[in-house]
Design a protein around this ligand. Structure first.
Ligand SMILES: [Zn+2]
Length: 247
């Protein structure tokens, strides 16, 4: 496990606690991808940053903070705006021992990451948070259910509520980010977590674990089903200028 690589897509509300959770779980090689800058309005749930980081690229601030905690950490900041082309190139360049953590705030990007990880034979953990809770799912394509067995696809962009509109409880993002890190480390260790979805609602304080069966005709994992259609990605939830992006 010590040599495995973890690729964290998104260094915001889920990505910050996921990165800390990876450190706590013993990860020594991490790549972190984001093209946004630290915004003062999100500091309550983006727990790696403080006021001194406002305006700095998130990948640079996150890298600095993680190195302070773990000087021997091998961490690669990747300032990249993710779309189908850049994501496919990024995943194709990953070593076979990479585990991907999808920590963005874009529902359609989660499905794109999921599908491309299948094409590139990379295990992943997909997380999502809204209001008081959310869910995290460990996926190893070919072993158990995939994300599309549970969620067929992202809602149309015009129907998907934005983070700003619905709000996100900082503690929910923190709990789910750490849970994502735990699932990623477990996937890497070969534990029997592939196909497991854990849902958490901090109002109820009752986590739920489900292990759905594979869905016949699922476009994400049934080799006889047509591949899922992927339209252009909708806008991200973030509000700050994308000063750190490259393409
Ligand atoms: Zn499936």
């Amino acid at each position: 496990m010590a040599g495995s690589r973890f690729l964290v897509l998104g260094a915001g509300g889920l990505g910050c606690p996921a990165l800390l959770g990876l450190l706590a779980g013993g990860a020594r090689r991490i790549g972190v991808v984001d093209c946004d800058v630290v915004d003062a309005t999100n500091l309550h749930r983006q727990v790696l940053y403080d006021l001194g980081d406002v305006g700095a690229p998130k990948v640079e601030a996150a890298t600095r903070r993680l190195r302070e905690r773990s000087p021997g950490l091998e961490i690669e900041p990747i300032p990249l705006r993710l779309d189908e082309r850049t994501l496919s190139s990024l995943l194709a360049a990953q070593s076979a021992d990479t585990v991907v953590l999808e920590c963005s705030d874009q529902p359609d990007l989660k499905f794109l990451v999921h599908d491309l990880c299948g094409e590139h034979h990379l295990p992943l953990v997909v997380g999502g948070v809204q209001r008081w809770g959310g869910q995290a799912m460990a996926v190893r394509h070919g072993a158990g259910a995939c994300f599309r067995c549970v969620f067929e696809g992202a809602p149309p962009a015009e129907l998907a509520p934005s983070c700003a509109a619905v709000g996100v409880l900082g503690a929910a993002a923190g709990a789910l980010g750490f849970l994502m890190a735990h699932l990623a480390v477990a996937l890497d260790a070969g534990d029997d977590v592939a196909g497991t979805l854990i849902a958490l609602d901090l109002r109820e304080l009752r986590p739920q674990q489900i292990r759905p069966g594979r869905r016949a005709g699922c476009p994400g994992c049934d080799p006889h089903a047509p591949r899922p259609a992927q339209g252009p990605l909708g806008p991200a939830c973030s509000t700050s200028a994308a000063a750190a992006c490259s393409r």
